[in-house]
Design a protein around this ligand. Structure first.
Ligand code: AMP
Ligand code: MG
Length: 456
């Protein structure tokens, strides 16, 4: 059929071998009529996979889990997790498989993972499937996050399976091929801890160190160093979410990675009107995962990671707890520093300490606080505002002023800000022109579900 020669795709099975207790060898459900909806060619190239081959019948078989690469042992990964605060000791991949790890162009291992590949022993009441809309949604939002420079799992492809999925209505089914530095989660450690098998917990921690934080292996206390590295990675990640206006939506501990990548794009979205109380998940009644709550939740999740790791911190648990607390205490400081630096840059003020007047430490923080109050009070569009403020830094204040129903208070703010000499070019480099706006994403997914992929 195809003139494209079949390369031998080789993957490693390190997770499956190192952590067999957390890996259930499993097979994908057969896709009756696989059809490629979208392929990420630059990412394929990074992984040394030929886009032309991935488009061939054998390539499609790989992308739906029907062709198992040489060296691979596809597994459903076990993990636990706190979901909306309640602990479940056994979640795991209910509708996903880790195919194996690929070495990228730089020699780093990247997980190749299929989502929507059929029921596994962790499926509970679920059907193991995924619909075209949500998988294309993960594709577009994760790739937007990557384009915005935010650490994230990536999307290699979405393949329609030709099988229908029953939700409120019958929908076309799909498999997403996800690529990640790894799928180790806070919940992976909670699972290992809950088994009571300290050797397993230690092997998991060592696996995470080897894969993500090799420097920790050289530290005096490698496992504490691992924890501190995760704290730092998450502080930086969540600061980036906040600066760009991203709301994850389901920050359960099984949806928080050890690598510091954003994972699991469900009811997520980018803020429009600036309001810390913004929630996009219809099941998040208490606003647990609201935009403004994300830093607090991240720290809460990291406390759960610390609990899971306690036996590795010190053999005497009474001594382990203060060690864990000390490491966790870095989170608010690291988060605030990353967020404040980022906000200064968004306002074009990162170099402004050279201006004599601004040596007063409170000048910029109070400017930021006052601005956020103005944005919240008038529910100003967060992304448009910062872009238009770049023009205001060049003296064109009309577009930013026009966002406010009454610009009197904003004018006073503008005067204080412009007196500091903001750097318009610097602002344009960090304040996005484009975000995946929810109404456009939804329109594109609805069209794609109906067979029209043009808007997508
Ligand atoms: P998520 O909300 O996507 O993070 O998933 C939470 C848990 O539910 C994980 O264990 C998933 O594997 C599982 N899950 C979600 N949807 C399905 C489904 N359709 N079939 C089986 N398991 C599912
Ligand atoms: Mg999840």
């Amino acid at each position: 059929m195809s003139a494209v020669p079949s390369p031998t795709v080789t993957l490693s099975n390190q997770f499956a071998r190192d952590l067999a207790e957390m890996a259930v060898p499993w097979e994908a459900e057969k896709a009756p009529d696989p059809r490629l909806l979208v392929l990420n060619e630059p990412l394929a190239a990074e992984l040394g996979l030929s886009p032309a081959w991935l488009r061939s019948p054998d390539g499609l078989r790989l992308l739906v889990g029907d062709l198992v690469p040489v060296g691979a042992t596809p597994v459903a990964q076990a993990y636990a997790g706190h979901q909306f605060g309640g602990f479940n000791p056994r979640l795991g991949d209910g509708r996903a498989l880790l195919l194996g790890e690929a070495a990228d162009a730089e020699g780093h291992l990247r997980d190749i993972h299929l989502k929507g590949s059929g029921r596994t022993p962790f499926a509970r009441a679920g059907d193991g499937l995924a619909a075209v809309g949500p998988m294309l949604r993960e594709y577009v939002i994760s790739e937007a996050m990557h384009a915005l420079g935010i650490p994230t799992t990536r999307s290699l492809a979405v393949v329609a399976t030709g099988r229908s999925v029953r939700r409120e209505t019958l929908l076309p089914g799909a498999v997403l091929t996800r690529v990640a530095d790894s799928h180790l989660r806070v919940g992976s450690f909670q699972y290992a801890r809950a088994t009571g098998d300290i050797d397993l917990l230690r092997r998991l921690a060592d696996h995470a160190i080897a894969r993500h934080y090799p420097d920790a292996a050289e530290a005096q206390h490698p496992h504490r160093s691992l924890f501190e590295a995760v704290v730092a990675a998450q502080a930086s990640l969540v600061a980036r979410w906040m600066l760009v206006g991203f709301v994850h939506g389901v920050m359960n501990t099984d949806n928080m990675t050890i690598s510091g990548e954003t994972i699991d794009y469900g009811p997520c979205a980018f803020l429009e009107a600036f309001d810390p109380a913004t929630v996009y998940s219809s099941i998040d009644h208490g606003g647990r995962y609201a935009y403004g709550n994300q830093p607090v939740v991240a720290q809460w999740n990291l406390a759960r990671l610390a609990e899971a790791l306690l036996p590795l911190f010190h053999e005497d648990q009474d001594q382990a707890i203060p060690l864990a607390m000390e490491s966790l205490d870095a989170f608010p400081r690291q988060y605030s520093a990353a967020w404040s630096d980022g906000m200064r840059t968004k306002l074009g003020l990162s170099g402004v300490s050279a201006v004599p007047d601004s040596r007063d430490d409170a000048t910029i923080p109070s400017l930021v606080d006052d601005l956020l109050t103005l944005l919240r009070e008038d529910r100003i569009d967060y992304t448009s505002f910062f872009r238009r403020l770049g023009a205001a830094a060049r003296g064109v204040t009309g577009p930013a002023r026009a966002l406010f129903p009454d610009a009197t208070a904003f004018d006073a703010w503008l005067e204080r800000w412009r007196a500091l000499g903001p750097d318009a070019d610097g602002m344009d480099r960090v304040n996005p022109v484009y975000i995946p706006r929810n109404h456009l994403v939804e329109a594109a997914l609805d069209a794609a579900t109906g067979g029209d992929q043009e808007p997508f």
